[in-house]
Design a protein around this ligand. Structure first.
Ligand code: DAH
Length: 344
């Protein structure tokens, strides 16, 4: 029996050295070490031996089983390595190829401008307040001191909905009322917010006007807020946005929700004020409407106008983007033409 065992061992060892693939490896394992494998059977038959031989035989059989198990594991690893190398060589996977490029999108030019505006106003202590696009007639006009038959309504041709009194906002100014009411806590807290977002007007669409466009509104309410604060704040913004030497000009104007009101101009950054096509040879670019908040508006926002004061401004980010990049047609912004968008 012992000789038979040794012969089996030699045979199994010799065979495993010649195993070249996973399949053959599996067959070998069944043949020798499986439940009905010859080495397994040999071990099981130990009991049939005469008593004196059993111990020595059993011991040897166990040693051989262990040795074969080890040999199997070593061969298994070698076979797997070889098969992997073969696959690579056959070109199934070429790990040296560069990866497939993932096309990355870009940010819309308006988004880029907004991010710059958020950064600047954020640094200056302003919170971003998101107001709604679908508004009530009352918020959009009446509460901003634009009564029903006021001619100022004609300047903002409005999209009405089938729901009475519900419209698309024509400017971001209704956010003044909402932010004052929400953040002012019944007129007890000062606020300092910017209100970005899309506005809608029933305009004839041309290269110079769109029926949807962005605005960025600003609102500051506090005690002792004065015209000089408005001028200083807007000037500081312009320096950060257009360069620290940017010169400013304020022109008297009219808005129903501010008193006094003014337009803010910045010196044309293309020609430096000499006059060029971009500034229509005036040397100045209009960047915002603004003013001291009208007492009626402050009261509608929940503040006592004898105690509180504030200023507001509204600017057009698309206009800034147009000026910055020399874009000649405003319709390009929302026409989703990649040939345009990919340039930014
Ligand atoms: N809402 C005005 C418009 O759309 C812009 C504006 C002007 C906003 C003056 C203001 C402001 O907050 O003070 O034409």
């Amino acid at each position: 029996m012992l000789e038979q065992l040794e012969a089996l061992y030699k045979e199994a060892l010799a065979e495993i050295e010649n195993v070249q693939n996973t399949e053959a490896l599996h067959e070998w394992e069944i043949k020798y070490l499986g439940k009905k494998g010859s080495v397994t059977l040999m071990l099981r038959s130990t009991g049939q031996l005469p008593k004196e031989e059993r111990a020595a035989f059993g011991q040897r059989a166990n040693t051989i089983k262990e040795a074969l198990t080890e040999a199997f594991a070593a061969r298994e690893k070698a076979v797997q390595d070889a098969e992997l190398a073969q696959d690579l060589e056959a070109g199934e996977v070429d790990v040296t190829l560069p990866g497939r490029p993932q096309p990355t999108g870009g940010l819309h030019p308006s988004t880029q401008t907004f991010r710059e505006l958020y950064r600047i106003w954020g640094d200056m202590g302003f919170l971003v307040y998101r107001s709604r696009d679908v508004e009530t007639d009352e918020m959009n006009f009446s509460l901003l001191n634009i009564p029903e038959h006021h001619p100022a309504r004609d300047m903002q041709d409005t999209f009405y909905t089938t729901e009475p009194g519900v419209i698309l906002r024509t400017h971001t100014s209704p956010g003044q009322i909402r932010s004052m009411r929400e953040l002012g806590q019944n007129g007890t807290q000062p606020i300092r917010v910017i209100l970005p977002g899309m506005c809608y007007r029933n305009e004839q669409v041309t290269s110079r006007s769109e029926m949807q466009f962005h605005q960025l509104e600003g609102v500051v309410v506090g005690k002792n807020i004065r015209m000089s604060d408005l001028k200083g704040t807007v000037t500081e913004f312009a320096r950060r946005m257009f360069g620290k030497n940017a010169r400013m000009r304020f022109r008297a104007s009219y808005f129903p929700f501010t008193e006094p009101s003014m337009e803010v101009d910045v010196e044309c950054f293309l020609c430096g004020g000499d006059g060029c096509k971009m500034c229509k040879y005036s040397g100045w670019l209009e960047i915002a409407g603004s003013g001291m908040m009208h007492p009626v508006v402050l009261r509608n926002g929940g503040y006592d106008p004898t105690v509180w004061s504030g200023f507001a401004f509204g600017m057009g980010p698309e206009r800034m983007t147009i000026l910055k990049h020399g874009i000649n047609d405003i319709r390009l912004f929302w026409s989703n033409d990649l040939r345009f968008l990919e340039q930014f």
